[in-house]
Design a protein around this ligand. Sequence first.
Ligand code: SF4
Length: 318
Amino acid sequence: MPNVTKPRIGISACLMGAEVRYNGGHKESRLCTHSLAEHFDFVPVCPEVAIGMGIPRQPIRLVGDAQHPQALGTVDASVNVTAPLAAYGEQMAAELDDLCGYIFMHKSPSCGLERVKVYRDNGAPQHEGGRGIYAEAFCAAHPDLPVEEDGRLCDAVLRENFMVRVYAYADWQALLREGLSRRGLMQFHSRYKYQLMANNPLQYKVLGKLLGTMGRSDAAEIGPRYFSELMAALKRCATRGTHSNVLQHLSGYFKRSLDDADRQEMQHLIEQYRLGIVPLVVPLTLLKHHLRLHPDPYVSQQVYLQPHPENLSLRNAI
Ligand code: SF4
């Protein structure tokens, strides 16, 4: 488990149960208010209220070019809040520079991340969706920040992937506070070896080569590039196939310490996981049991073994 304190996470305020929607309602996500609240320091933000639109208010929608839409009133289309929403996104991106992730409300013309409905000037919906104005401005200022929509977090694989990225981001912030050094970067990369192999095996090698070109004084220059590429690589979800491959590699460290029966049991559980019969936590628990009995400093330091708090139980569901 990376050595990080409770990560601060931005979140659309209505997801936390705040009655800030256009109709005075909320969209509480019980996943966020119950399961995740214990682990994260949530920072709720409602951009529409913040720019003075009030509660209740006329709803807005995206209109025009899907790549650069305008946020207009649905009742009075002369109300255009595009500029204030974008400015508020930039302002919050500057103020909230210690976040490790952001959970946005889906479909919102302000907060939605993907496929938000965009209308033509004549009112007909377009095929191509857009991104909410506030979310677009915020994300443009923090391109490496892990972001996700509430709905997608209901998917166990996407949820686990988001949490891996949030804790990796927090881990990196902790490294920056210590000061970037060549040694620190190499150690960081070494700890992420198997996590990267699970998410994106090719990028593990690419990033290793990038660090291989680093001279003694290059850490400050290469570090940010390395981190951007790491976050992009972790965005790809690990599969049962790539997890199984990592489990095989890790179990290889104990090959000589285990007897035939133990080795067979390990192989059997990895295969059962690969076939979808048991969740990832099953072979991992056995692997950690052998690691306790046969300590190995290189394996122990691997983020892959526990990239997020154990009691989030994320690997029971994948
Ligand atoms: S989606 Fe965003 S703008 Fe809309 S109510 Fe929720 S926090 Fe406010």
